[in-house]
Design a protein around this ligand. Structure first.
Ligand code: GLP
Length: 262
């Protein structure tokens, strides 16, 4: 696990965007796992800029989104479909047929989920999985107590997550109770994971995920078992980490060949 602390969310996002851009330049048919939420927005903006100004080509890229609200169709302004098109897909040259997002209107959730997993396999697996984190430590919509080996499935949101996400809806009761999310086992099979966390509200979840025990009650702690996982966080999200000086020391003492492109 590598903990990369930057002063601001902007700086952390720029570094992570470079890594994703490099993955795509090295492997033009890369498979990306993508999150929603406010956290990845600066990174998506930067990817759009790199696409427009440096010709980063998404024409052979495939994407799989982590999750979607059940009951919301793709046109619903709060659906993750809508979010992804508004904030990324409408601004890059990824072909529509390469975009995969769980179907919030599916009539057969279990069979949809099996198909989603199969599609990821058929594409050769996810090369780089981008993640945010909920204030309770969830990734995707894998709420506390999610099995560490779970697969894509339905989940019921916790009252805490409903409250956190109510800011995007008219009120708390408009937030769907159910979602489809990739499982922790699905995320763990990706070749590389990048988790972004910004702001003080994420500091406790980051501390528990990085320095706490591996535990289903803190779903992001499963990344301790991933052989290529990196946390890109800002100073506020890092504020509760005990070993932050060590993480910074590691980052500034990387051998030249391991240093990040800026
Ligand atoms: C939702 C999403 C997660 C995201 C989390 C945090 O619950 N399902 O993927 O990481 O929100 O959102 P934000 O980045 O807005 O804090």
């Amino acid at each position: 696990m590598e903990i990369i602390v930057q002063e601001t969310a902007e700086q952390a996002s720029m570094l992570a965007a470079r890594l994703i851009a490099k993955t795509i330049s090295d492997k033009p048919d890369a498979v990306l796992g993508l999150p929603t939420g406010s956290t990845p927005l600066p990174l998506y903006k930067e990817l759009i800029r790199i696409h427009k100004e440096e010709n980063l080509d998404f024409s052979s890229v495939t994407s799989f989104n982590l999750d979607e609200y059940l009951g919301l169709g793709p046109e619903h302004p709060q659906s993750y479909h809508h979010f992804m098109y508004e904030n990324l897909f409408n601004h890059i040259n990824i072909p529509a047929e390469n975009i995969n997002i769980p179907d919030g209107l599916t009539e057969n959730v279990p069979s949809f989920c099996i198909g989603y997993e199969q599609k990821i396999k058929d594409k050769g697996g996810i090369d780089i999985q981008l993640l945010g984190i909920g204030s309770d430590g969830h990734i995707g919509f894998n709420e506390p107590s999610s099995s560490l080996t779970s697969r894509t499935r339905i989940k019921t949101l916790t009252p805490n997550t409903i409250k956190d996400n109510a800011r995007f809806f008219e009120n708390e009761s408009a937030v769907p109770r159910h979602v489809i999310t990739m499982g922790l086992g699905t995320v763990m099979e990706s070749r590389e994971c990048i988790l972004l966390a910004f702001g003080e509200a994420k500091a406790e979840a980051v501390r528990q995920s990085v320095e706490g025990p591996l535990c289903a009650m803190v779903p992001a702690s499963v990344l301790q078992m991933h052989n290529r996982s990196r946390f890109f966080i800002d100073a506020e999200a890092a504020s509760k980490l005990e070993k932050v000086e060590y993480y910074n020391w590691v980052f500034s003492n990387k051998p030249a060949w391991q240093q990040f492109e800026k």
